[in-house]
Design a protein around this ligand. Structure first.
Ligand SMILES: Nc1ncnc2c1ncn2[C@@H]1O[C@H](COP(=O)(O)OP(=O)(O)OP(=O)(O)O)[C@@H](O)[C@H]1O
Ligand SMILES: [Mg+2]
Length: 433
């Protein structure tokens, strides 16, 4: 499956109707999905049914009533089913991470139902479930969230690339704009925005040692280390009320709405490159206080390796994240930290065959060309990709590179042809018949 990334845009699953008058929302535009497409949750009827001035009886809070109706309609899909739906949409492997994310999504909806439908108190149901996903580049972290958010979860969801966010006063965006995105996704309804899930992609870029915020104005003494943004995120990750600008703007005179974050779940996602080196420093004992780890640790990671699979123990210690540049109290607000594995040979093979080649074959077919790629060619490409340690990210360009010359000659002019890619010794070759 070939996909383009547009992480800075809001991704809307269950798009509410454009007016509260009950217009039915139409399709979701999920052309990228493979297999069955789950029905989008349609807020339309609820908006229509719930002209709250008609329904709320005296003494009843119309906002609570509105959310009760909305949340009641959200389907409670078992985690095992969510897991399978993600697979049906072309996601391969990462079973442990996929399980954790599916469970988190289920628990989020169940929690909402207990609070908004059953009327249980938040003390009773416990805090929201925030997740932190980490693992090597190209192993499917962002893709997992994109898949889950692009139709499976029938809630307002948004993926935000955190890189350009910096503390207010610097060139960059106000962290509260993260919630502005959620507000927009929820059709500018602050009640709906209260129940969504926000993914913070490239979260590791907030580490104080790595932040690239552009400094606006010389000579000030403000903190540009990224800790400012982390402090702002602390508020959102907990339950708080935030004044959220209604528009994405740098102006300080923008109108705001009050948004409660007690029930917005957050998923932070990042590659955390360089985390190896920190783990190794701890385990070699060069950072004191964690000597117990030395005995338990069998091997050290190569400081410079990229495609590494961290164990749950590797990521459980908040102190490691503190050394990486995070406020311990921020990391502690993620109830679960999930390490993704580097993609193995078999999973890469499946991704190349099922997701990437199938699309390339269709493209060639449109041009009248039957494309045949030998198994040994696929194996070879996978081997190259594993060597590059870029996960599945480079697979598409790796294979296409060998087809490019023939595509140039044949596209637009061939009536019918057969193009075969095969191994010629250690090299990939191709012939047209
Ligand atoms: N497990 C997977 N199943 C199917 N496709 C995958 C998988 N992992 C990666 N891919 C493919 O590789 C591309 C890159 O993956 P993704 O964007 O999720 O990487 P990432 O883990 O977020 O890496 P980074 O840390 O560099 O952002 C995806 O768009 C998808 O096409
Ligand atoms: Mg990513």
């Amino acid at each position: 499956m070939i996909r383009t990334k547009n992480l800075s845009d809001s991704i809307i699953n269950a798009k509410p109707p454009t007016s509260r008058k009950g217009t039915k929302s139409s399709g979701t535009g999920k052309s990228k999905n493979q297999g069955k497409e789950p029905e989008p949750f349609d807020f339309g009827d609820i908006f229509f049914m719930n002209d709250e001035s008609d329904i709320a009886s005296p003494g009843e809070d119309p906002d609570s009533l509105f959310l009760k109706k909305i949340v009641d309609e959200i389907p409670l899909v078992p985690p095992s089913e969510l897991f399978n739906m993600i697979g049906d949409m072309g996601y391969k492997g990462q079973n442990e991470a996929r399980k954790s994310v599916s469970l988190m999504a289920y628990r989020h909806v169940r929690r909402l139902k207990r609070i908004y439908v059953d009327g249980e108190s938040r003390e009773n149901v416990g805090k929201k479930n925030n997740l932190l996903l980490m693992g090597p580049t190209g192993c499917g972290k962002t893709f997992l969230i994109e898949t889950l958010f692009s139709g499976i979860l029938q809630l307002p969801t948004v993926i935000v690339d955190i890189t350009p966010f910096s503390e207010t006063g610097y060139v960059g965006q106000d962290p509260n704009n993260i919630l502005t995105r959620m507000y927009h996704t929820a059709n500018r309804d602050e009640r709906l925005a209260r129940i969504g899930i926000i993914a913070l992609d490239e979260f590791d870029k907030l580490a104080s040692s790595q932040n690239n915020a552009v400094f606006a104005g010389a000579g000030t003494t403000k903190d540009i280390t990224g800790l400012g943004v982390q402090r702002e995120l602390l508020k959102m990750l907990e339950s708080s009320e935030v004044n959220v600008p209604v528009e994405l703007t740098h102006s300080s005179y923008v109108e705001t709405v009050n948004l409660q974050t007690a029930d917005i779940a957050f998923v932070a996602v990042g590659a955390f490159s360089g985390f190896n080196a920190i783990l190794n420093r701890y385990h070699k004992g060069s950072i004191s206080g964690f000597n117990r780890d030395i005995e338990s640790r069998k091997k050290l990671y190569d400081d410079h390796s990229i495609a590494i699979s961290w164990t749950p123990e590797d990521v459980e210690n908040v102190a490691y994240f503190q050394s990486y540049g995070f406020l311990p109290e921020l990391v502690a607000r993620f109830g679960r930290i999930i390490p993704f594995a580097a993609l193995d040979r078999e999973t890469m093979y499946q991704i190349l065959e099922d997701n990437i080649l199938s699309i390339i074959r269709k493209e060639f077919a449109v041009e009248g060309i039957k494309l045949e790629v030998g198994e040994d060619v696929i194996e070879h490409i996978v081997k190259l990709a594993l060597k590059r340690e870029t996960g599945a990210r480079g697979l598409n360009s790796l294979i296409f590179r060998y087809l490019e010359d023939k595509a140039f000659d044949l596209f637009g002019v061939a009536q019918t042809a057969k193009l075969t890619a095969f191994m010629d010794g250690e090299k990939i070759s191709s012939k047209v018949e």
